[in-house]
Design a protein around this ligand. Sequence first.
Ligand code: NAG
Ligand code: NAG
Length: 366
Amino acid sequence: MKGGGLVYAVGVGSVLALLTCALALHESPQDDVKILQVTENYHANHHLLGTAAELRFKKEYPTRAEYLHRLGIFAKNLIRAAEHQAIDPTAVHGVTQFSDLSEEEFEGMYMGVKGGGGAAPWENGVAAAEELDVGSLPESFDWREEGAVTDVKMQGTCGSCWAFSTTGAIEGANFIATGKLLNLSEQQLVDCDHACDAKERRACDDGCMGGLMTNAYKYLIEAGGIEEEESYPYTGKRGECKFRPEKVAVRVANFTTIPINENQIAAHLVRHGPLAVGLNAVFMQTYIGGVSCPLICGKRWVNHGVLLVGYGSRGYSILRLGYKPYWIIKNSWGKRWGEHGYYRLCRGHGMCGMNTMVSAVMTQTS
Ligand SMILES: *[C@@H]1O[C@H](CO)[C@@H](O)[C@H](O)[C@H]1NC(C)=O
Ligand SMILES: *[C@@H]1O[C@H](CO)[C@@H](O)[C@H](O)[C@H]1NC(C)=O
């Protein structure tokens, strides 16, 4: 085993959490939170949060009590955004469309957390990636420019980030293998994939309640492949499995986990295409733009699955703290979030645990 792999096991081995995506609303019949986007046709008699001038994301609530509840949370989130701004001065934090969700709601209450004893369990039974030469890496790289990345998608109030991270990696691998960019079906994973980690048997993919990308690859290898978005569209709710093997668009051949070394991650990104990544999303709720480089960001609370699509070497810092190398990360919270749906996170510090759960996937050609 390589040194990097060992550090990896020691560093993050004690926690295996399903990625609950940091966006799942805690829903129960008594607590039926209906958040509707206000449209041009907005009518009176609705309780609105904020004024047009101060809020980019107007929300509408069914009752006045709910409105007041959300207003309180909104006020707390303004304070949180200010705190995040202080801890993460090179990014811009502020009001996002999630500013009326409590931290607990936003983090999905870690519903999928399964305390694990094993070392880096998502690595079990999977050969770790070979070490690549990092000497000739380009200074910056962006798979979007190569046409390997589909449009930013929106998971909605469903903890299905892991499915979007998985499809993103397969979409990229398929593009590199065939030259064709396809939107692939997250819903197939949400509905049909119940695969569990080889060692941590309780860590099973669970629709809107979280999952792991490595489990999803295993499911897809067994199921025979993944359908296109068009043939199995996203609903944002767990439903019965409607997978039709004859509709398979891409077959998954294999996958591999990448060591924590960020130069290796960059080399594998360039070689394999966009990589599926897990990270701690705590700073993402208030993120508006810039290079996020928080002074503290727990590496153990990896709770969100995203897609690493590139990197750059000189991210401009608004507070003139210098230029920082950064990763370019595709999120699944729609294009209105962050930098047109993307997050830039500083590179080289294992920031927010982004280097601890990285995987590449290989598609089957022929
Ligand atoms: C999958 O990849 C690993 C190396 O990462 C390799 O050892 C194994 O043979 C591959 N399996 C298949 C079916 O290609
Ligand atoms: C993927 O789906 C989106 C939304 O439906 C669409 O705008 C985009 O063109 C599709 N991309 C590809 C490569 O089919």
